[in-house]
Design a protein around this ligand. Structure first.
Ligand SMILES: N[C@@H](CCC(=O)N[C@@H](CS)C(=O)NCC(=O)O)C(=O)O
Length: 219
């Protein structure tokens, strides 16, 4: 009974390794390299899940005694995976008890992939198109700046995204903010966000996940 993380180098799935380290759940990593030209995931990942993306986890026999036979479960989509892991760890890193903090938790959990990642990805993809790509990215940057200012303000009055305690919302927000620092102008002019990132990177569980995951260009 273990969790297998299908982990693509330099990718969002680094968050899942970090989360598992924080929760102390046993897991194994199956590493995949990107295609050097296209940067896409290798076709083997499609054999694990039809979308062929990472992260994907396989829970080989859940042993939760719910009578479902404890068979393999394959779960894709980072947000769904971290919520699954929170459940599995009896609520650790889950929603805080106070109503407003719980709402913030839910908000950031969805915001990371639903709102913040799309313009960051657009900038990355456009930037790779010869000639027209670079000028097009200049139109995306103001959209990203609105998000980064919003994040910066939100971290002015709380140490973690959902209040006083670190949670899965922080885990979800780590990848987009790392990506923003590497390619979308997040720097010391947004000190709350940079301090938050440094706090994340200093955590022993985060460091352990880096050792386990292999190449990761964003930490
Ligand atoms: N919203 C999805 C996005 C998954 C995704 O696009 N993963 C990227 C890694 S950062 C990937 O697998 N890219 C390789 C490819 O598309 O072939 C999630 O958070 O799991």
């Amino acid at each position: 009974m273990t969790i297998i993380v299908h982990h693509l180098e330099n990718s969002r799935s680094q968050r899942v390794l970090w989360m598992l380290e924080e929760l102390g759940l046993p897991y194994e990593v199956k590493r995949y390299e990107r295609n050097k030209k296209t940067m896409l995931a290798p076709p083997e990942l499609r054999r694990v899940h039809p979308l062929g993306k990472s992260p994907v986890i396989q829970d080989t026999g859940d042993g939760d005694g719910d009578g479902d036979g404890g068979g393999d479960r394959v779960i894709a989509e980072t947000g769904a995976i971290v919520e699954y892991l929170v459940d599995k760890a009896d609520g650790q890193f889950g929603a805080p008890p106070k109503r407003d903090d719980a709402l913030a938790y839910r908000f950031w959990l969805h915001y990371a992939e639903g709102s913040l990642m799309p313009p960051l990805l657009l900038k990355l993809v456009l930037g790779r198109i010869p000639l027209m790509g670079k000028p097009a990215t200049r139109r995306i940057q103001p959209m990203i700046d609105v998000h980064l200012d919003f994040v910066e303000q939100s971290l002015a009055d709380r140490p973690w995204f959902a209040g006083d305690r670190i949670s899965a919302a922080d885990v979800m927000m780590s990848f987009p903010l790392e990506a923003a620092r590497s390619r979308a102008g997040l720097d010391k002019d947004r000190p709350n966000t940079i301090a938050w990132l440094e706090k994340v990177h200093a955590r022993p569980a985060y460091q352990k996940a880096l050792e386990v995951g292999g190449p990761y260009a964003y930490a």
